[in-house]
Design a protein around this ligand. Structure first.
Ligand SMILES: [Zn+2]
Length: 239
């Protein structure tokens, strides 16, 4: 059993290291994803502004068409004026013309407003585009760094996984099953040291008799409080 306990302790150390590397890698990957999301958000904002600009452009085109139609109306009315015989007709056409002119002035005003709004949006788009380019540059740099770190973590994990396979080989299936179950239930820590009469997993005091049996270590002994597998330090050191 001594060898088993030593292997189990080693296995626990390897697994904790893999867990640590894994979570570091996970964190880096989610950081990279957050950067991607930031880029996507900036791009979406620009696209939304562009849509606003094209809506304004369409509005402006509509107003310009109305303006052209009104201008034509005036020209037609003005040429009609020449053929008018009565005062009453003259007044009616004159009224039409002045109404159309008023409308034209309003349309021109609205067109100017659209142009001003379009200019504002276009300046905003240019600014957002410049910010985005800067962000893209930064993100590319950061992603590159993340990539390097992830690869190195990956290499560390691969080395530990190979190591783990070797360590697991010597352990009975029943012990491995127990170990795996404990890891699931105890946030990854299945094997802990027993030190100065205490379990280092839950920091509870171990019954002296149980503690004494640990020195013999004939069997897998578990903590009565947290159920983790206990090892003595000399077991871990392989003495
Ligand atoms: Zn315990």
């Amino acid at each position: 059993m001594r060898n088993n306990l030593k292997s189990l302790y080693e296995l626990q150390e390897i697994d904790l290291r893999i867990d640590g590397l894994d979570s570091e890698r996970g964190q880096l990957i989610s950081e990279a994803q957050a950067l991607e999301a930031k880029l996507a958000e900036a791009r979406e904002k620009i696209a939304a502004r562009r849509e606003e600009a094209s809506a304004l452009e369409a509005d402006k085109a509509g107003l310009e068409a109305s303006l052209a139609a009104e201008t034509e109306n005036i020209a037609r009315s003005e040429s009609n004026l020449k053929e008018i015989k009565t005062q009453k007709e003259y007044q009616a056409v004159s009224k039409e013309i002045s109404g159309a002119k008023k409308l034209i002035a309003e349309l021109e005003d609205q067109i100017l407003q659209k142009i001003a709004a379009m200019e504002e949006i276009s300046a905003d788009i240019a600014k957002k585009q410049a910010d985005l380019s800067e962000l893209e540059g930064n993100v590319t740099l950061q992603q590159g760094e993340v990539q390097v770190r992830v690869e190195s973590l990956q290499a560390g994990i691969a080395a530990d996984v190979a190591n783990r396979e070797q360590t697991v080989k010597g352990l009975p299936a029943s012990v491995m099953k127990r170990y795996a179950r404990l890891r699931d239930q105890r946030r990854g820590v299945a094997v802990v040291e027993a030190k100065e009469g205490n379990c280092m997993g839950c920091n509870m005091h171990l019954p002296p008799q149980l503690y004494n049996t640990l020195f013999r270590a004939d069997d897998v002994i578990t903590c009565p409080h947290c159920q983790r597998i206990l090892v003595m330090r000399q077991e871990a050191a392989g003495q």
